[in-house]
Design a binder for this molecule. Structure first.
Ligand code: SER
Length: 625
């Protein structure tokens, strides 16, 4: 093993990490999907997430020790991507886990050995942090590992107590940092200074569960959860100024710059930011689509859409005309197919989804450009020199125009943009979207009632037309809201408008079909839930997606037969009154396309002679139409 750091490719780092722990009794497990089983988060945000039920004692582990390279996405800091050296949406987290097996001392010893012996980081370039109250960790670092006191930093709860979410397994943690500038001296250590330090390895001593009130209960077992940012370790070992210039991401940046006909190295800062955003986001969207997320307006589908749109927008900012995302996606696929073969398996779906979203968004952008032209003309006609904040916000929110783009265009026309008005509108929107954020959890619970706030009630067209051009608003599978569903699935669908009658007053709902671009759904029943018409059916072929334009077509012969049976209940009642008893009224009924049932109360039994008379009378009325 080397004792000084050397250039390692991203793949080599990943493999060395896994091998190191495999040699120490850890089972290498594959990365879980980005779509977590855990309903409290939208996407897999950490390597420990797939093991949460084990930490909580809800599932027993197959192995006491495991190691993984987990695909993760975090979008809480999306605005920082490309602007700092190491913010990402997509990243790979290397982790070693102990489920009630080894604990603090062993985890620290191995973490140190791996960092210094395998990756060859000089000990004098490392600084560690511990949770302020964790004397045990402090002592291990100082006495067993031999880290000088000045290079062990005590940190507060915000930094060194790790929780997987608002509630869940948690514990104090200890982090290992790399020092790019040891010459600045041990007396000036400030781990927040990211021009000097980078945190690359987090060791969590997972021993509590936190409830919604913040109470900590000890877990049955003491566990270890660690996370090493692969991209960060690559930045250190490849000695590049930021994560985007590592071999894990730079080829994507390069492809984008070639399409734009520019050179990364000689580009200005703004262009570099756009290229980095593309480099980061393209990895996210490739893996999200590979994990079967599809662009939509809710939940993780919305995250995907937002990321794709940001890629397209930044592409335009650096001068790319027309569609380019499938081409950059190819580079991202080639980069990760050896570690995550699923991206090549799903290559066609990835490229098709990107192409679809991109062309749709480009049309939106064109409309935005037109609107901006109109706004500029209006502002000028009114003799003003400033574009209103609200207008700028509409351009941003509805047409994906970043305010900088609006400013740029405005400037060319000798105008400015009311930035504070824009910020105010943005703040308002953020308050609104906090409640939309709840949609995320709500959609996972899949309750239509709860979705009600976010979609419009169904427009019913069935009085006047047997078919309509509609859009898919919601797809539910087994009560859960999904972004897409495949052939063979039983689904419940809400459309923005429908010609389908819903079941009501004993009359069954219409039958028919919902069809779209190579997708066909057979509608077997329709029910009304508050203001929504819910179409129950089965996907016969293709994939149905939220937001798909579709044709909703009722089965007219079924509708006619139901109408006939409805009329027949009136005839039956009239005949019963005529031949049996004047006082007979309907007590209940069922009107289906193949039969009807009519319930009534009658003081005496109906004779077979009366039944005969009733039949003849009704047939006569029908014959007379
Ligand atoms: N769960 C911890 C983190 O995400 C360590 O893996 O940082």
């Amino acid at each position: 093993m080397s004792s000084s750091s050397q250039f390692l490719s991203g793949s080599e780092i990943r493999q060395k990490f896994l091998d190191f722990y495999a040699q120490r009794g850890h089972q290498i497990l594959p990365s879980a999907s980005l779509v977590p089983e855990d309903p409290t988060v939208l996407l897999t945000i950490a390597g420990m997430l797939p093991f949460k039920p084990i930490f909580l004692g809800q599932r027993s582990p197959e192995f006491k020790r495991a190691t993984t390279s987990q695909k993760c996405i975090r979008t809480n800091d999306i605005e920082n991507v490309g602007r700092t050296a190491r913010h990402h949406t997509f990243f790979e987290m290397l982790g070693n886990f102990s489920f009630g097996d080894y604990f603090k001392e062993q985890a620290i010893a191995w973490g140190w050995e791996l960092s210094t012996q395998v990756f060859g980081l000089p000990p004098e370039r490392l600084v560690v942090s511990v949770f302020r109250e964790d004397e045990e960790a402090y002592t291990i670092w100082r006495d067993k590992i031999g880290v000088p006191e000045a290079r062990i930093q005590r940190m507060g709860e915000a930094d060194n107590f790790w929780v997987s979410g608002p509630t869940g397994p948690c514990g104090p943690c200890s982090e290992i940092y790399y020092d790019f500038h040891p010459e600045r001296g041990d007396d000036k250590i400030d781990l927040e200074d990211d021009t000097r330090f980078i945190e690359f390895y987090n060791l969590v001593f997972m021993q509590y569960n936190r409830d919604a009130e913040g109470n900590l209960t000890p877990l049955q077992n003491k566990n270890i959860d660690t996370g090493m940012g692969l991209e960060r370790m690559a930045q250190i070992l490849q000695q590049v100024p930021n994560n985007y210039e590592t071999d894990l991401i730079f080829p994507i940046v390069k492809t984008a710059s070639e399409i734009a006909g520019i050179d990364y190295a000689s580009s200005d800062e703004k262009t570099k930011v756009s290229l980095k955003v593309i480099g980061d986001h393209v990895r996210s969207v490739v893996h999200m689509i590979a994990d079967e997320i599809r662009a939509s307006n809710i939940g993780r589908g919305y995250v995907l859409r937002r990321l794709i749109r940001r890629v397209v927008r930044h592409g335009r900012l650096i001068g790319i005309q027309g569609e380019f995302t499938p081409q950059v996606a190819e580079t991202a696929i080639a980069l990760s197919e050896s570690a995550y073969p699923i991206v090549r398996v799903r290559e066609a779906q990835i490229k098709a989804e990107l192409q679809r979203e991109e062309s749709r968004f480009l049309k939106t952008l064109e409309r935005g450009e037109k609107l901006l032209d109109e706004i500029i003309q209006r502002v000028k006609q009114e003799g003003k020199t400033q574009i209103g904040g609200r207008d700028a916000f509409t351009l941003y929110d509805t047409y994906g125009f970043p305010v900088e783009l609006t400013q740029e265009v405005a400037e060319e026309e000798g105008l400015t943009v009311d930035e504070s008005g824009f910020n105010a509108a943005m703040e308002e929107q953020q308050t609104r979207s906090q409640s939309a954020h709840e949609t995320i959890d709500l959609t996972l619970q899949g309750s239509l009632d709860k979705l009600a706030e976010h979609i419009h009630s169904t427009e019913f067209l069935g009085y006047t037309q047997p078919s309509s051009q509609s859009q898919v608003e919601v797809i539910l599978v087994e009560g859960k809201s999904v972004e897409a569903a495949e052939a063979g699935t039983q689904v419940q669908i809400v459309l923005n408008k429908t010609p389908f009658y819903a079941e009501s007053g004993g009359q069954i709902g219409d039958r028919g079909y919902i069809s779209g671009d190579s997708v066909l759904v057979r509608v077997e029943d329709v029910k009304k839930e508050s203001d929504f018409f819910v179409h129950f059916g089965r996907i016969e072929r293709g994939t149905l997606r939220v937001e798909d334009p579709v044709t909703a077509q009722i089965d007219l012969s079924c509708r006619r037969r139901v109408q006939a049976h409805h009329t027949a209940t009136h005839l039956l009642q009239a005949a019963l009154r005529k031949f049996v008893d004047e006082s007979i009224t309907q007590a209940g009924s069922l009107v289906a396309f193949d039969r009807l049932r009519f319930d009534f109360n009658c003081p005496r039994p109906v004779t077979s002679e009366q039944v005969q008379q009733i039949e003849e009378q009704i047939n006569t009325w029908i014959a007379e139409a």
